[in-house]
Write a protein that binds this ligand. Structure first.
Ligand code: COA
Length: 260
């Protein structure tokens, strides 16, 4: 079904593996196009409760946008590349189903940006993060200048962006760029355990959590107002009635799959 992605759906958890190991899973046009298709699948397939994005093999998550496609682009074409990248990663960030990055090696340039667009990140001990675009006379263009500042603060972000230096997984954990650091052999199972915990909660509340948290960074919305709105809307959901009833009746809730 996909040339550059491998997918697997088990127990509602959809694992998407970027599969160009000979090019360290670099994001060429085909990968980006297929990422959009797979995001349609995540949104449309009711059997998918959550997703994992990772890279094939043990060396790289994603070593960046495919540099071979940059040669000779005009200013307008450069902007179009960034627009497509930003729009794709906004779709991940705004997905109503949780999407977790399992960073299994190099996460450089567009790879670091892809990981940052996910709802949270787990790193294996050989992971390395960096925004090395300055080495090419470029800057991050798939949201990296914004999300890196949001996640680790301006000083650390600008140091990474201006030096192009990589940080290791322990530093990424210390910076708060990743939530967990584990050995590579348990990377996916760590994400699965967390996603199973999340899947047991009300999907409508999970979607509302993502909407409210994303509003922190919105230029045209007040996050507190968004929180108030989505909190209020929870009172109109069958899942909220079920959750409260179950608590009061001292039983486990049985939630429906609706995300609204
Ligand atoms: N775009 C296109 N091809 C890439 C790539 C990228 N971002 N990153 C790696 N590759 C390719 C290499 O060209 C090489 O292909 P080849 O075997 O056909 O020559 C293959 O992947 C393996 O990479 P290689 O550089 O030989 O591995 P390494 O272990 O020596 O170095 C890196 C690993 C990650 C340090 C190095 O590949 C690198 O610096 N990549 C570019 C990172 C980058 O600048 N990303 C931001 C892009 S905007």
């Amino acid at each position: 079904m996909y040339n550059t992605l491998l997918t697997n759906l088990t127990d509602g958890i959809f694992t998407i593996t970027i599969n160009r190991p000979d090019k360290l899973n670099a994001l060429n046009k085909e990968v980006m196009t297929e990422l959009n298709k797979v995001l349609d699948e995540v949104a449309d397939n009711a059997d998918i409760q959550s997703a994992i994005i990772t890279g094939s093999d043990t060396k790289a998550f994603v070593a960046g946008a495919d540099i071979s496609e940059f040669k000779g682009l005009s200013i307008a074409e450069g902007k179009a590349v960034a627009k497509f990248g930003q729009e794709t990663f906004f779709r991940i960030e705004n997905s109503s189903k949780p999407i977790v990055a399992c960073v299994n090696g190099f996460a450089l340039g567009g790879g670091c940006e892809l990981a940052m667009s996910c709802h949270f990140r787990i790193a294996s001990d050989n992971a390395k993060f960096g925004q090395p675009e300055v080495n090419l006379g470029l800057i991050p263009g798939y949201g990296g200048t914004q999300r890196l500042v949001q996640l680790i603060g301006k000083g650390r972000a600008l140091e990474m962006i201006m030096t192009g230096n990589m940080i290791d997984a322990a530093t990424a954990l210390q910076y708060g760029l990743v939530n967990h650091l584990v050995s590579q052999d348990v990377l996916i199972e760590t994400a699965i355990a967390l996603l199973k915990t999340i899947s047991a909660k009300a999907p409508s509340a999970i979607a509302a959590s993502i909407t409210a948290a994303n509003a922190v960074y919105s230029q045209n919305q007040n996050g507190y107002e968004v929180e108030l709105e989505v909190f209020g809307n929870c009172f109109g959901t069958p899942n909220m009635n079920e959750g409260v009833d179950a608590f009061l009746e001292k039983r486990k809730p049985v939630f429906n799959r609706s995300r609204k």
